[in-house]
Design a binder for this molecule. Sequence first.
Ligand code: PLP
Length: 380
Amino acid sequence: MPARIDPFYAIAISRAAHDLKTQGRSVIHMEFGQPSTGAPAAAIAAAHQVLDADPMGYWESPKLKEAIARRYDMLYGVKVSPDQLTLTCGASPALVMALASSFSPGDRIAMARPGYVAYRNTVKALHMEAVELACGHAERFQITAAQLAALEPAPAGVIIASPANPTGTIISPDEMEALAKVCRERGITIISDEIYHGLSYGEPARSMLEFEPKALVVNSFSKYFSMAGWRLGWLLCPPEHIDRTQAYMGALFLTPPSLAQHAALAAMDSLDELEGHVAVYRRNRELLLAALPALGLDEIAPPDGAFYIYADVGHLTNDSMGFCKELLQDTGVATAPGIDFDPVEGHHFIRMSFAVSTPEVEEAIARLVPWFAARPRLNA
Ligand SMILES: Cc1ncc(COP(=O)(O)O)c(C=O)c1O
């Protein structure tokens, strides 16, 4: 039987937001986690330059793989060979390949709930079993080593994400170490989604590779590098897994777009521009955090990284999708319903992305404050 998976509900909100815009309404897009900035200038210039000169055949850029491998040394002090990297069309196919090449149908894969919508759905689509572990404030919305140690029977794999979507929380180095230890002891394969690395507002996130060299790491140019629509990412796997990954890549996707690879290489040298985006996100985050009391939202996950606020709106609704629709209709501010990230508790959460401009965040706050204040409290 084909696996049944839920839709990504934020897409419906986004469509409605675009419809409103066509009707002439002013819309602020905070529903998707995508930078509004576009690729770095040097990346666009590089793309223009190669467009006339390169035949754009099937291709994996050796220089790009070398540059990514150097980045692991620079950021984490971890030596990896470019051969361990497979370039993919974003983190999404990298996740598919990591799962498909490591596990069998029926295998149990643990993940935090709330978590990125595609984890649960991709695991299900591949006929594996998603074991969602409830993670609340006490766990900083992140899976813990203690939870994994207590899980019976041990799952075949675990997906971790630090910083996480939808919460932005980062796993501490001690907890990463403890997670790696439990996984080694129990034979659990780790998939570490590091797509939000580079976007942190306190201590930088650590790579799981620093603690477990056998972890499979998923990453992408979509977030820090601001190139979501270029569809480029990578899967980093241990040396003994390379042949299997390459076979899966050849069968499922061949290669990612050549143009994106040329542009990404230039983006990797555009760190000043990219750090400028991080400074904007930092400011946006501060503005939103400062506005939360005025919105009456005190139950939030601490956004250590990424560009999200995941807020409990349980005093106002038990239907996050209906809430996001009304919010959009009344104010033009598009947000994502918590049910995308947590089918159990998500009906009273919303996620706001602050990967927009600072004037947009200011305008969103100005619209949200009176709307939230006028909203009747449940059971009041
Ligand atoms: C945690 C996480 N992983 C993976 C992805 C997929 O990213 P990509 O655009 O690289 O496919 C996203 C996209 O929002 C994400 O939030």
